[in-house]
Design a protein around this ligand. Structure first.
Ligand SMILES: C[S@@+](CC[C@H](N)C(=O)[O-])C[C@H]1O[C@@H](n2cnc3c(N)ncnc32)[C@H](O)[C@@H]1O
Length: 274
């Protein structure tokens, strides 16, 4: 029965856009209420630098989340966000938005997520002066035109029903010359669609490469995965357990295995608004 649910869920997540949008929202809302922030401040797979000398220094408190923080650090490190206005779309539990606010000194960073519960959680937990969280959808961003110097998007776009619509919203809210950094998993059968969307969105790709190996090394090394496994087993309703495990990146689960066997890859891309 568990396998049936997982196969059905896999079909729904990858192929039915509207259902995917609705179900992910329910799942992320549920996750925001189910797990304590400090058990699980991030919801990404992490990043391991090839060269350890590139790792950012972290406080003892943040050290626990090193790999997940490094996925953020790698995403923004070439964007010089100091004193800039930054928007994160799909900010989740706010760990990455808070890292940027505390360590990289943007003028202001806004985290947007369509999970109302995640936004409530973030507003309760984070109170840096240059940070805010707002409920909103990637396909209709609640931001003014030409208002942001930088937009980032970390492991969230695979949930969106339309990548072209999302990219047109990013372009709308970015100032001319503004930068957009995107990083996410992508199954090989979707690569051409993503490529077309990025190439026709009116922003110019200025950097683009795969980070699958860095992500896999992080998934293998991150001690937080043991905690994740325990939390999922303890606090997830039975009908969601399989699919949450598959997307958690835990060893020998679906997404982990497709990253290992090359059927899914993890990409990083920077675009500039023309
Ligand atoms: C895998 S989590 C990553 C969260 C965060 N970026 C991190 O790395 O910890 C994906 C996030 O994208 C959000 N999301 C999915 N679809 C969205 C949409 N259409 N609009 C805004 N947020 C969305 C989810 O609610 C979830 O918080």
């Amino acid at each position: 029965m568990g396998t049936f649910f997982r196969k059905l869920a896999g079909f729904i997540f990858f192929f039915s856009k509207k259902i995917k949008h609705f179900l992910w929202k329910r799942i992320y809302d549920r996750l925001a209420n189910t797990y304590e922030y400090f058990d699980w401040a991030f919801m990404n797979y992490g990043f391991d630098y090839d060269n350890k000398s590139n790792e950012p220094p972290l406080s003892d408190e943040d050290e626990e989340y090193r790999y997940c923080i490094q996925l953020y650090h790698h995403t923004v490190e070439k964007l010089a966000v100091q004193d800039k206005t930054v928007l994160e779309v799909g900010s989740g539990r706010g760990g990455g938005t808070s890292y940027i606010a505390r360590y990289l000194n943007p003028k202001k960073i806004t985290g947007i997520d369509y999970s109302k519960n995640a936004i409530t959680l973030c507003n309760r937990i984070h109170n840096e002066h240059n940070l805010e969280f707002v409920e909103g959808d990637a396909s209709d961003l609640p931001m003014e035109d030409d208002s942001q110097d930088v937009v980032i998007n970390v492991e969230s776009s695979h949930c969106y029903p339309s990548i072209p619509q999302f990219l047109s919203e990013v372009k709308r809210v970015l100032k001319p010359g503004g930068l957009f950094a995107w990083t996410d998993v992508c199954p090989t059968e979707a690569v051409d669609d993503y490529e077309e969307a990025f190439n026709t969105c009116g922003m110019k790709t200025i950097d683009y490469y795969q980070i699958t190996d860095n992500v896999l090394r992080a998934l293998d090394a991150d001690k937080i995965n043991e905690v994740k496994n325990e939390i999922i087993s303890k606090s997830t309703p039975f009908y969601l357990k399989g699919i949450i495990k598959d997307f958690s990146g835990l060893k020998d689960t679906a997404i982990y295995n497709t990253l290992r066997n090359g059927r899914t890859k993890y990409y990083f891309r920077i675009l500039q608004n023309g």
